[in-house]
Design a protein around this ligand. Structure first.
Ligand code: NI
Ligand code: MN
Length: 226
């Protein structure tokens, strides 16, 4: 599995030859100005919730690549009203795609679309096939529901968790989340984009290390292999 980081909570995962893009927010992200959006050609765009910092570039990228949107019923319906197509799902549901299963899991946060349309409950995603498995938490607080993930999905190769605090859980809670989901390999997201979510990277790394876990604090435009 190849993981690419495009800033904030935007990642692309290549799985069985398909490209899955999560929460695209690039053109409006000053920290991601070096990312060449026209090189991003996803097959699917997965949207965790309706906030602009998670979907601002979804329409542009979906139009350019003909990607299908995978999200909740309400969010996919909104994109359909803009002429795009997708697969509407909802929390707790799973569906098999050519790259593997997608299961929508609970996230504790809020959600509204840019024009004020109801954005439904936010979600996280568990993605797995017989060889690989990962969890993309989306924007969420630490929640006891995370303890269900090891019972619902195969053992995780890695998990993408928010670590920036203020709007989501911070790194201390992410360490507890890593225990709940029984995953030692964590990739941080939702940090450093705006002043309230700035992190002290060495402090975060040593806290994970002290807890016997490993965190990748990803760099924009870098690739990681799992
Ligand atoms: Ni949000
Ligand atoms: Mn956010």
């Amino acid at each position: 599995m190849k993981l690419s980081y495009y800033g904030h909570s935007c990642f692309e995962v290549e799985l069985k030859g398909k490209r899955l893009l999560f929460d695209p927010f690039i053109s409006g992200n000053q920290k991601a100005s070096q990312v060449a959006m026209n090189h991003i050609k996803p097959d699917y765009i997965l949207i965790s919730h309706g906030h602009g910092d998670h979907m601002a570039d979804a329409i542009t990228l979906a139009n350019a690549s003909k990607a299908q949107i995978i999200s909740t019923y309400e969010i996919v319906s909104w994109f359909e009203s803009k002429g795009l197509s997708g697969i509407p799902m909802n929390t707790g549901g799973k569906k098999e795609f050519e790259f593997g299963w997608v299961k929508l899991v609970n996230a504790v946060h809020s959600s509204v679309l840019p024009d004020g349309t109801y954005g439904a409950n936010p979600v996280g995603f568990c993605i797995y096939n017989k060889d690989h498995s990962f969890y993309y938490a989306g924007d969420t607080a630490l929640t006891m529901d995370m303890q269900l993930i090891p019972r619902l999905c195969p053992p995780l190769d890695f998990a993408i968790l928010p670590i920036g605090d203020h709007f989501t859980m911070g790194y201390e809670d992410a360490i507890i989340a890593a225990d709940f989901i029984q995953c030692k390999h964590i990739v941080g997201c939702h940090f450093n984009t705006f002043p309230p979510i700035e992190i002290d990277a060495p402090k975060v790394r040593s806290a994970f290390e002290a807890a016997g876990k490993h965190i990748i604090i990803p760099e924009i435009n870098n690739h990681y292999t799992f």
